[in-house]
Design a binder for this molecule. Structure first.
Ligand SMILES: Cc1cc2nc3c(=O)[nH]c(=O)nc-3n(C[C@H](O)[C@H](O)[C@H](O)COP(=O)(O)O)c2cc1C
Length: 372
């Protein structure tokens, strides 16, 4: 069943056993202060047992607190975090999946600080971030490089730069949030400079370790970054030897817009973006966004719309999705419910570990008994 979905693919010398990856999903399972907790380890063991070829671990901060989304954001910013990260990488790899760590600076969406920084002082959700000066930019570029080297030292097979969701890398790309007049602002060439500097420094720091990119193809805002420019940026990433591009759309400022909410309920709602990027570059593409059924995923790969799929809530709602799809038991899949009102997102935004409202009662009961 589904020969394309279950065929291997090699990415810069690493073989993924099938086309299924776990897309990064922050669920508030790290301990306060971003430590690798038992809950986090349990969760990622389960995700790796799913049969997915690669698990991309949720965003880990490169700079705490100024780059951290919250106080439960995983940390990769100091050597104190190294042992925890080693346990995490080992837990995933022991279950037969490749382990990739996503690293991030949240910029104007950093909520572990009341002094957020950004390319420009553009207000968001009631706060005005501080515009970074050149020495601040250089410092953060360094932070990405040392965090990536730490991921490698911890045993991760790949590292992913988080250029999605409107975080710092995306803030520099976006004509809305980057209003600088120096060499980091203005033309696309200037707005992509920060991301390309980060990538170059990270690649230097990790050597042959493959580096992927979570890619914002379209902000879904009238004055935001759109495909015409993001496809150009994808070409720049390809020229620097990016291992893969994992495509997404939207930011915190567009996720709650009415048309975005409606669009996001559909199966494969970001596949068109992934395909638009795939036609611009010769780099493996990951598409995410409600890949609910095996037949849809199989067709997307067979028709050349994407190379790999990324399952985030889909896999969390049912960690046996890959096995059930492979074994013809799709009828028994627990599906992420598009009409739950983004319950998991609301739980994590309140600083609480999330549970999936679609989980069967027995799973919900044992999870709550163990962790709440
Ligand atoms: C609660 C929540 C947390 C997320 N955390 C991350 C993250 O840390 N990094 C990232 O690149 N994307 C993150 N995403 C986006 C997912 O990776 C994915 O693109 C999106 O949820 C669509 O895939 P799905 O329908 O399988 O969930 C998050 C999404 C949600 C709902």
């Amino acid at each position: 069943m589904y020969p394309n979905l279950f065929s291997p693919i090699t990415v810069q010398g690493l073989t993924l056993k099938n086309r299924i990856t776990m897309a990064p999903l922050y669920l508030g399972y790290a301990g306060q202060g971003g430590t690798v907790s038992e809950m986090l380890l349990d969760h990622y063991r389960l995700m790796a047992q799913s049969g997915a070829a690669m698990v991309v671990v949720e965003n880990a901060t490169v700079d705490h607190p100024s780059g951290s989304g919250s106080n439960r954001t995983l940390r990769a910013d100091t050597d104190d975090n190294l042992d925890g990260l080693k346990h995490l990488a080992a837990a995933i790899k022991q279950e037969g999946a490749l382990a990739c760590l996503q690293i991030n600076h949240a910029g104007r969406f950093a909520h572990a600080t009341d002094r957020p920084v950004a390319p420009s002082a553009v207000k968001t959700f009631g706060r005005v971030p501080y515009a970074l000066e050149k020495n601040g930019i250089d410092r953060i570029v360094d932070k990405y490089a040392t965090a990536a080297a730490r991921a490698k030292a911890a045993g991760f097979d790949m590292v992913e730069l988080h250029g999605g969701t409107g975080y710092l890398l995306a803030q520099f790309l976006s004509p809305r949030t980057n209003q600088r007049s120096d060499e980091y602002g203005g033309s696309l060439e200037n707005r992509q400079r920060f991301a390309l500097e980060v990538l170059a420094r990270v690649k230097k720091a990790v050597g042959a370790l493959p580096v992927g990119y979570r890619f914002l193809a379209d902000e879904w805002m009238p004055d935001g970054l759109q495909l015409t420019e993001s496809r150009q940026f994808a070409k720049s990433l390809a020229r620097t030897g990016i291992a893969y591009i994992s495509v997404m759309g939207g930011t915190y400022e567009s996720f709650s817009l009415k048309d975005v909410v409606e669009k996001s309920k559909q199966e494969g709602y970001m596949l068109d973006l992934a395909t638009a990027v795939r036609t611009a570059v010769d780099v493996p593409i990951i598409a995410a966004g409600r890949f609910a059924t095996g037949s849809f995923a199989e067709r997307a790969i067979a028709e050349g719309k994407t190379d790999l799929i990324g399952l985030a809530r889909v896999l969390w709602a049912d960690p046996r999705w890959p096995q059930k799809v492979r074994d013809g038991q799709e009828g028994s899949i627990t599906h992420c419910n598009p009409d739950c009102g983004d319950a998991c997102m609301h739980m994590v935004m309140k600083g609480r570990p999330a549970f999936c409202v679609a989980w069967p009662a027995d799973k919900m009961k044992s999870w709550k008994a163990k962790f709440l």
